[in-house]
Design a protein around this ligand. Structure first.
Ligand code: NDP
Length: 244
């Protein structure tokens, strides 16, 4: 099936988890894929696995210059940009009292500001192609809970920014899709520095049939392969076993 033949997609955070699976799914659907992340060795491996053309790109979304360069390189190589999957993110769970606020800064700079930089750099090209922006948010973008305050704040922020963006560009034919995954088994929780929080995440994963990255990639693919007049603006996908 080549439903995305001739289309160019940029995926941020494509070196693991949801981003990696999405880059592969888009490639399988016929898109030319630009895969961005900091760990370029992983992207090189991904390029070998992808069935179609996949350009690995060093990208740090917290660095606006890096984001601008990546978008320029994508357009320079493939001539356009039709789909942007704004996926790079990190979750450093922890209580507010006594937190190492450098972790807050990292989350805000990556999940919120970084994703805004990507939209800012890509939007002129998406307006030309009448393209689609997929904003990877979270169920934490809808409900906050203890130890998730800052992560949730970034994802609530992503949702707010996405809704404003949607209202600004929908009449120009640009579609904005917010994807809100529940618990997906990826490296995400492995980066939590607080051992108690990391153990809680492990226990939570063990208590349910978690989602796989491919489940979210399938949701992205569904949204970006709709007819031109259909805007799938929001998709929330939880594991059946996840209550909250
Ligand atoms: P992973 O840790 O597996 O992937 C995160 C990706 O983000 C990696 O490819 C990483 O690449 C990239 N990344 C992190 N920081 C930067 C940066 N500064 N610049 C560029 N890329 C960066 O986690 P997931 O796949 O689970 O997470 C993907 C998205 O999904 C995130 O936005 C996350 O918040 C969201 N999400 C995940 C859920 C889950 O349960 N797993 C649930 C809901 C939402 P590298 O380190 O090589 O740069």
């Amino acid at each position: 099936m080549s439903t995305l033949a001739g289309k160019v997609a940029l995926v941020t955070g494509a070196s693991s988890g949801i981003g990696r699976a999405t880059a592969l799914a888009l490639s399988e659907a016929g898109a030319k894929v630009v895969a961005g992340a900091r760990r370029t060795d992983r992207l090189e491996t991904l390029a070998k696995e992808a069935p179609g053309e996949l350009l690995p790109l060093a990208l740090d979304v917290t660095d606006q210059g890096s984001v601008q360069d990546a978008v320029a390189e994508a357009v320079g190589r493939f001539g356009a940009l039709d789909v942007v999957v704004n996926n790079a993110g990190l979750m450093l769970s922890g209580m507010i009292l006594g937190a190492d606020t450098r972790e807050w800064t990292r989350m805000v700079e990556t999940n919120l500001l970084g994703s805004m930089y990507v939209v800012h750099a890509a939007l002129p090209h998406l307006l030309r192609s009448k393209g689609t922006v997929v904003q990877v948010s979270s169920t934490s973008g809808r409900t906050a809970s203890p130890a998730g305050g800052v992560y949730s704040a970034t994802k609530f922020g992503v949702n707010a920014f996405s809704e404003a963006l949607r209202q600004e560009v929908t009449k120009e034919g640009v579609r904005v899709v917010v994807i809100e995954p529940g618990f997906v088994s990826t490296e995400l929780t492995g980066h939590i520095t607080d051992e108690t929080m990391r153990a809680m995440a492990r226990d939570m994963a063990a208590s349910m049939r978690t989602l796989r990255s491919e489940d979210i990639a399938a949701a992205v693919l569904y949204a970006v392969t709709q007819p031109e007049h259909v805007a799938v603006n929001e998709i929330l996908v939880r594991p059946v076993d996840q209550t909250q």
